[in-house]
Design a protein around this ligand. Structure first.
Ligand code: 9YT
Length: 132
């Protein structure tokens, strides 16, 4: 069994800080669960363009308010507590945080640990360290 605490994990290198977001990776590839599980904060007033070509992701909104826009067909979705979205088709999208967003995110395949987005908004297939 694996038991971890978010506040404790935030004091370790499980916490990754990027330009518009930070994320604490509670479960990673090394935990051998077949997915990774993250608690992500998207900073208020920011826009983050993402396109996970190598991963599927499900996102659940714990708190905050924002807009999710599909860059595939232009549809805009409201994001608020209780909303979940799944990028089941590796959908290219942009997330606008009207307020700070706290999100729970699951990635399949799991992330290794310290990935941040590349210039296209993706994580690589298999890299331990990626700049971006
Ligand atoms: C919603 C989203 O994908 N935000 C970017 C960070 C990501 N959740 C991560 O790496 O934890």
């Amino acid at each position: 069994m694996i038991v971890r605490n978010l506040a404790d994990a935030r004091q370790t290198d499980r916490r990754i800080v990027s330009k518009t977001w930070e994320s604490t990776r509670m479960l990673l590839k090394g935990d051998e669960m077949g997915f990774s599980f993250h608690i992500t904060t998207i900073y208020a007033g920011t826009e983050t363009e993402m396109w996970y070509k190598n991963h599927l992701e499900a996102v659940y909104c714990i708190s905050g308010r924002g807009k999710l826009k599909s860059l595939v067909d232009g549809t805009v979705y409201d994001i608020f507590p209780g909303q979940m979205y799944a990028l089941n088709e590796h959908d290219h999208h942009v997330l606008h945080a009207e307020t700070e967003l706290e999100l729970a995110c699951v990635f399949n395949p799991p992330l290794y640990g310290n990935e941040v987005h590349d210039e296209s908004g993706a994580y690589p297939e298999t890299a331990d360290v990626v700049a971006g």
